[in-house]
Design a protein around this ligand. Sequence first.
Ligand code: ACO
Length: 427
Amino acid sequence: MTDTAKLQTPTKDVEYPVMSGTVGPQVVDIRKLYAQTGMFTYDPGFTSTASCESTLTYIDGDEGVLLHRGYPIGQLAEQSSFMETAYLLLNGELPDQGELDKFVYTISRHTMLHEQLATFYRGFRRDAHPMAIMCGVVGALSAFYHDSTDITDPKHRLIASHRLIAKMPTIAAMAYKYSVGQPFMYPKNELSYTGNFLQMTFGVPAEEYVVNPVVEKALDRIFILHADHEQNASTSTVRLAGSSGANPFACIAAGIACLWGPAHGGANEAALNMLREIGRPDRIPEYIARAKNKDDPFRLMGFGHRVYKNYDPRATVMQKTVREVFEALNVDDPVFEVALQLEEMALNDDYFIEKKLFPNVDFYSGVILSAIGFPTTMFTALFALARTVGWVAQWNEMIADPDQKIGRPRQLYTGPTQRDYVPLNQR
Ligand code: ACO
């Protein structure tokens, strides 16, 4: 027998089916609520709303669990590669060697950008934020690749997906190169996806760039950790934009715009800036006190999460990766010590314990990226690069979903009721 949920409304009692996923909370299917009762649900921030059915990623925030197609993020970060994880998210299963080789080959054959796009970059100021450039250039891809914008054609969707994943490192690296006034570097297909990104970012035409394998592995792992995260703000933005039939390049540009915010992807930049501002362990108590003060808007950046009410499993891997990178590059940056002590102090503080505020993925990622040599402004661009895989996989899932409709929330209207226009000279 199917479970149902009964709802008493002022006018009518109604009953709705309760749906169960393979794991996780059940959901009440209230699609008929408005038709039957004339009422909407009120859920700003969608804290209790499942916006879609999905088979990609599962999060148990209380237990600190994150699974991609069933595989725990810790196992993927330790044993997989970003390309393999991308294949998994897009196709549902881990590839065999032949499938992986074919996928990597296909992606590497799409890494170049239309040459005219280089001119497009020159329209930006040199000090433009890389995310501003990313939003513009990714949106502009739809003006360059007309042969992959018909969303009703599965072949177009596949090519657009490959193009987006393949071109994102090139676009991000070019944004960096433009900001430092160095020549753009073309992709090199003999390198790995991540090695190639490092080459395009830190290489120069004057000499051969040698990829450091520890850095390559660490960055690849960071990409895996950021690949997808269920129906977060930017993914929901991509789905919402896509629900109107917009082309995939436009949808991903919308996702990038949403990711930029400091409450979302912008937090890694904000977290490192905060750690640098704190500077010394003895100043940590002052910042903890500020974070707890209701009259101070300051928050501990890289702490707290809408879904995780436990240690973010991605932060665990990040913390380990910091040590590896610091050792490999001989980095001695006091910021890591500040981060470790801040984490310890916060985790033992009643305010953070009661509110279940733990370090999230962004708390340590900035420390690693900075050690590798990325300026803080590039951090969110790297997040966007990695999350493109999730966005593209979620967008494809949405297009193929027979229940998909244009996303159109309603509202609780509290403005003036109807009134007559008053001419200007009578006001
Ligand atoms: N520092 C201090 N207090 C905090 C923090 C923090 N980082 N995060 C939440 N709180 C407090 C809030 O003040 C609030 O207190 P109250 O109940 O007394 O009003 C309570 O904890 C709940 O916070 P909300 O903002 O209601 O929680 P929400 O789920 O809406 O927000 C968010 C989650 C936005 C991530 C929040 O924790 C935050 O701003 N963190 C800092 C920014 C950050 O690190 N973002 C990255 C998220 S991960 C990602 O996007 C990849």
